[in-house]
Design a protein around this ligand. Structure first.
Ligand SMILES: Cc1ncc(COP(=O)(O)O)c(C=O)c1O
Length: 433
């Protein structure tokens, strides 16, 4: 997004954000189709078209709606899902099932069954228990399925503990013990319905350094070579996950995506040459990198409370339920006052949410112009892990999502109503009357 310097209101994807707030109400998630498509195009330019035998899957946990499925389908990317609900969304949107990659550390029987029934392209098997279930399901359904094993390479990402996933002490993936992996690979080689294509790892999210991918690829290719020598197993696919960081504030140091993808491809080639193995198909799974900067959230400023000599709080009409990331892992955001985009930001205020939690602070010490109730705050880069992580805490209805493109706007998720909050609730008969 750009802070404009020649207009009164902030413009996002050709739309006046103050007009959007008026038309659709606040809080409001605004998602730019133009930016999503630019990001997909960039992935095609610097990765898919540059290197043969590559695939990119959008990690839909970052943000998923049926409209998003359509955009991703249209851009030719694959879709990574991690639950029956995400898979169901893709099914209902008509997303091609062969392009689905199904993740999860504790997939249920029903979720696996849904995936097998719909012939998803790949299941990333996380553990032996899951493999056994999948063997049973595919045999009962008389269906074949492609799988990759998720391996925990034993290295964590330099990021918040809650979003570091590749370390040994992790709930995700099979720990990197070659003899354990050899047994499980051997089992699939002899399986009737399961076809093992290769391996997957995901190191963490919001990563800024590429060295960790180099380290992980060195570890995994060593394992691939071991399996080749021990079992004559040929790894056809290697999925290196997502995690490419973006700039939320000027403290972050984001890199272009090719900073990651070039070194990934270079390292794979070096390692495969070293072990005299053919280069497998390489898959990446960016989530945040595609969607984070495509989203902003609009709020209306309400109460402004000045505590002389201490701080000024400006409260917004949303907060923790629509963006839990600051409370969850101290994530930081930047914001602008959308209706005062050209005014000098020479005041310092703390943006508080409206929940009954002292920790419901969206942004500490934000520089703003003079604020008044009714001003529209635009929190930037909220496209990833906001809408998808939202809750109804304090019984706040979830905001609408509006898709904007080249000056036009359309609702893709309606704002929840109070009746939506009550949906499915029942009062037991003995409590009625
Ligand atoms: C398996 C897997 N792939 C991809 C991603 C996407 O990560 P990011 O949004 O940081 O790119 C995640 C995020 O947790 C993940 O668990």
């Amino acid at each position: 997004m750009n802070k404009q310097d020649n207009m009164e209101n902030m413009i996002f994807s050709g739309c006046d954000t103050v007009e959007l707030a008026k038309k659709y109400g606040t809080p409001l998630y605004v998602v730019s189709e133009d930016i999503i498509r630019e990001r997909c195009m960039k992935i095609k330019d610097v990765f898919l078209n540059k290197y043969p035998n590559t695939m990119a899957a959008y990690a839909s946990k970052a943000f998923l709606t049926m409209a998003m499925c359509k955009i991703i389908e249209n851009e030719g990317l694959n879709l990574d899902v991690v639950s029956g609900g995400e898979l169901y969304t893709a099914i209902k949107a008509g997303f091609p099932m062969g392009r689905i990659i199904f993740h999860g550390n504790n997939k249920s029987w029903d979720e696996l069954l849904l995936a097998v029934e719909h012939n998803v392209g790949r299941i990333i098997v996380d553990n032996l228990y899951e493999l056994e279930m999948l063997e049973e399901i595919t045999s009962r359904q008389n269906k074949d399925i492609n799988i990759l094993f998720r391996v925990a390479p034993g290295i964590g990402g330099n990021t918040h503990d809650y979003i570091s996933t590749g370390q040994k002490d992790s709930k995700f993936g099979i720990p990197l013990d070659p003899s354990v992996i050899k047994d499980i690979v051997n089992r699939t080689i002899n399986s009737n319905n399961i076809r093992l294509l290769g391996f997957h790892f995901h190191l963490g999210s919001q990563l800024f350094e590429n060295q960790i991918y180099v380290n992980a690829i060195e570890i995994i290719t060593k394992l691939m070579n071991y399996l080749k020598e021990e079992l004559d197993f040929k790894t056809l696919e290697l999925n290196v996950g997502g995690g490419f960081g973006i700039g939320y504030t000027d403290k972050d140091t984001p890199k272009p995506i090719e900073y990651f993808t070039d070194i990934i491809m270079e390292t794979v080639k070096l390692q495969c040459d070293k072990y005299k193995m053919p280069i497998p198909t390489i898959i990446i799974e960016p989530g945040r990198w595609i969607i984070a900067e495509a989203g902003i959230t609009l709020y209306t400023i309400g109460v402004i409370k000045e505590i002389p000599g201490i701080r000024t709080y400006a409260s917004i009409d949303g907060g923790l339920p629509d963006n839990p990331r600051p409370a969850l892992y101290q994530a930081e955001y930047d914001a602008v006052v959308a209706n005062k985009i050209n005014q000098k930001a020479d005041k310092v205020v703390t943006i508080a949410g409206k929940c009954c939690e002292t920790g419901d602070i969206l942004i500490w010490d934000l520089k703003t112009p003079d604020l008044e109730p009714g001003d529209i705050l635009a929190v930037l880069n909220t496209g990833a892990y906001n809408f998808s992580m939202a809750s109804n805490y304090n019984r706040l209805p979830r905001p609408a999502v509006v898709l904007v493109s080249n000056g036009s706007s359309e609702i893709i998720v309606e704002r929840q109503t109070y009746d939506d909050l009550l949906r499915g609730e029942k009062i037991p008969s003995y409590l009625r009357g």
